[in-house]
Design a protein around this ligand. Sequence first.
Ligand code: HEM
Ligand SMILES: [Cu+2]
Length: 568
Amino acid sequence: MATYAAPIPQVSAHKVDREQRGFISWLTTTDHKKIGIMYMVTTFIFFIMGGTEALMMRLQLGEPENTLIAPRVYNELFTMHGTTMIFLFVVPMMAGLANYFLPLMIGARDMAFPRLNALSYWLLLAGGLVFYASIFWGPPEAGWVSYPPLSEIAFSPSGGQDAWIFLIHLTGISSILGAMNFYATIANMRCRGMSWGRLPLFVWTILVYSVLIIFAMPVIAGAVTMLLTDRHFGTHFFDPAMGGSALLWQNLFWFFGHPEVYIMVLPGFGIVSEILPVFAKKPIFGYKAIAASSVAIAFLGFLVWAHHMFTTPTPIVVLIFVMLSSFLIAVPTGVKIFNWIGTLWEGSIEFKTPLLFSAGFIALFLIGGISGVFLAVFPVDWQLNESYFVVAHIHFVLMGGAVFTIFAAIYYWFPKITGRMLNETLGKASFWVMFWGFLATFLIQHVIGLDGMPRRVYEYANVGNLGLYNLISTVGAFILGFGILLTIINVARSVKHGAIAGPDPWKANTLEWFTTSPPPVNNFDVIPRVRSAEPLKDYRLEIEKATAPRVPVPAGSGADSESGHLGA
Ligand code: HEM
Ligand SMILES: [Cu+2]
């Protein structure tokens, strides 16, 4: 017992009192927890906007030859939707979660560079505002990939395309600064005993997320700058007629774009790796394999960008190389899936909402991964490229892979952030409605694609069953939206009226549960010494041992205990 500084997680009152309150305190804060909350709230608002855009598109596609939404507006909607979900929701939401929890999990009092951290947030917000301001002068229409010549001035004269470019610049700088900060924090701010082999797996994935951002983001920043000068300053980087190359854009974009997928899903892998052992009441199966496979995925992720370019004139040896290296990524990904299942295997599983979202993620991401392997076979991709099969694939990977883990994280960590529990019944309802709504929306899109419907079209003829299938997909999208709404209601209610959580409601393993909920400004009064990858479990066992009543001695044995003679 003596090795632990405090018998129960506690924090002295004066530290709580020093916390600044009120609106101004949010504008000026450098506290990683407040910045984390601002990230999470802001990105969730963008999620709702991106989701609304999606529902508008699905309304239009609900019946054949529908005239509800004009073609140009449909283009604007899918461009805004894809861009919002990726650059303004998933990537920065992961940064928000890491902001709040990474310092707590490694026993630090803040990030390495708190002011830089605040700057990262404000740049993100600026990027989002610039982008959405384009609603007033014509939003971009060239899709989230902005291929030239569509994104060149001749086809996209509106300033919306420039707003898109500035969004990439601003959120890119925001991400790079944030990534440097996470890296520096992990490298330098770990508490005593927190060796690399004991880092929580979420922290491992944020480390890899940061390295990926640092290598990938500058490439897209360069590419959009070239696009900007093409548009306004007379250069012709992407204009074949003037000696440029439209394929150059595709290479630069996807050199960033494929790693971007892992930037979005790796932190989700980390979240699930934290949640499964807590609710299966078993240590994570294969800690080292999970950590190492994240690194392997990151490395391989930089070799395969051309699998997005199978239909461009590319030498066949390159196609074969890219196909095989894409298959290779399935290996470390499969390792993770086996490890997660191994963690659940024979555990005494508590079916709480965070576990449900984690299990749902495993199922959906597995389907997305498998359809990805199909698409990596380039003759198959020649058939399916630019069809709804690809739309189904992206959503299984990104919505199944990232959004379900984000919801798992919301249910798991909300008690730490607010000090209150989310409602379990509403949480479970939200999960099941989202899960079935998701499948109704996107499973059938594989068939829509196989039946030949191209993506990014605002209308289609009623051939075969396309009308029926699209109606199912649209109804599914509204069910999915309703499921998401249930969580929003749950959060809104529980912030004020949820049951009091206490410091460690789940009996979890990592350090964020050692401090109060919510944690005070400086996070910890004392930081326990870390002796394994599950410091809080060690700590609980130690307390149990020290405070357990002595075992009663059987009568007649002649021995006695401190509490007096038993028996006789
Ligand atoms: C809330 C449920 C969602 C629905 C109902 C939905 C629906 C749609 C629809 C209808 C399209 C346009 C398809 C086309 O015409 O080609 C689309 C495209 C897309 N969605 Fe979603 N989506 C959802 C969530 C998400 C999420 C969470 C992400 C990413 C994290 C995402 C990423 C994308 C991307 C990247 C595109 C391609 C945009 C483009 O073609 O430029 N979506 N989605
Ligand atoms: Cu890819």
